[in-house]
Ligand binder design. Structure first.
Ligand SMILES: C[S@@+](CC[C@H](N)C(=O)[O-])C[C@H]1O[C@@H](n2cnc3c(N)ncnc32)[C@H](O)[C@@H]1O
Length: 315
């Protein structure tokens, strides 16, 4: 399947169409975002979150539940980037435009790309609602960016590149499209033991399905800061820094907490499709009972740690 080309994209950014074919998500095991229940040989090549479908399915609830939390990490990356009004920016794996919608009015213009049709639709409608006209949104693969070399001063990929089956290619592409001296900002989740929010989600999941394999650190992903740094350097970036960032959400009551832990999650959406609506409803009930018995006084604050990788393309 060829990704549609956005007619509004400035010609100078465009560099050809992208082949976006993905295998069938039904055949894959259901992972945590840390991909720990997938055998190592599969983890790099067959992560179901490396396909567009789960992101299509979750786009609606992602905007409502996940985006407000992830926006806090986007804010940190934006602050570090110290954007200038003359700059052109790129947001790879933009989702509903979590980051690009925040920066568009303070830069000259930009491009946002995602391989999920539904996420692209969300991003476009959010930009339209905000009356932003200087961002071209394209459906495409972050491993084969449809942009010319040296088209952008700053590139971001917030919790996107971490899912690419060929992550190095994602880093190389980001590097290629930056001008000499341009900067990149990429985030990944840190290991789950640094994320009370994700631990709470996994505890609820284990209550509902005792066969769930508890997540553990996967050194072969960029939740490993040494590998994160090494991959950015191998792609050509200099002055590479990997910094942890911890951010929280506040949940005012049980209903909000249950929604925060069970909705807006692509891995859970995959699980739902795998087990069917009836079994999913049962699991949801058990998860919410487990959450109710674990958190009795509100508000509750739960957070996650991300790793923010930054680097510069040499002049
Ligand atoms: C966790 S969401 C992050 C979205 C957004 N950057 C944010 O911070 O809210 C991950 C996004 O990566 C996108 N994605 C994953 N792999 C991709 C790929 N190979 N090419 C383009 N987009 C991809 C998904 O469609 C999804 O929208």
């Amino acid at each position: 399947m060829k990704a549609p080309i956005d007619a509004t994209m400035p010609a100078k950014f465009y560099n050809g169409a992208v082949d976006n074919a993905q295998p069938c998500a039904d055949e894959w095991p259901v992972p945590s975002p840390h991909v720990t229940s997938v055998p190592m040989t599969n983890a790099l090549s067959a992560n179901p979150l490396g396909a567009a479908e789960p992101w299509d399915w979750v786009a609606e609830s992602y905007v409502e539940i996940a985006m407000p939390f992830l926006a806090q990490f986007a804010e940190v990356a934006i602050e570090k980037a110290q954007l200038k009004p003359t700059q052109r920016v790129l947001d790879v794996a933009t989702g509903p435009g979590t980051l690009v919608c925040r920066i568009a009015k303070s830069v000259a213009g930009g491009c946002a790309l995602d391989f999920s049709e539904e996420m692209v639709a969300k991003c476009k409608s959010r930009l339209q609602n905000l009356d932003i006209k200087n961002v071209a949104v394209t459906q495409g693969d972050g491993q084969a960016l449809p942009y010319a070399d040296a088209a952008f001063e700053v590139g971001f990929s917030m919790f996107g590149l971490m899912f690419f089956p060929d992550r190095m290619q994602g880093f190389r592409e980001l590097f290629r499209v930056l001008v000499p001296g341009g900067s990149a900002y990429v985030t990944s989740w840190a290991p789950i033991d640094q994320s009370p929010l994700m631990l709470a989600r996994v505890a609820a999941q284990i209550a509902a399905n005792p066969g769930t394999i508890p997540a553990h650190q996967n050194l072969m992903t960029i939740e490993n800061p040494q590998l994160f740094e090494q991959e950015m350097q191998e792609a050509g970036f200099i002055d590479v820094k990997i910094e942890p960032i911890y951010r929280e959400m506040e949940y005012c009551n049980l209903e909000e907490l249950c929604a925060g832990l069970t909705r807006g999650s692509a891995p859970f959406e995959l699980l739902k499709r795998k087990v069917g609506d009836k079994e999913w409803d049962r699991q949801l009930g058990v998860m919410c009972d487990q959450i109710a018995s674990s958190y009795k006084s509100f508000p509750v604050r739960l957070g996650s740690t991300a790793l923010l990788g930054s680097g510069r393309k040499p002049k």
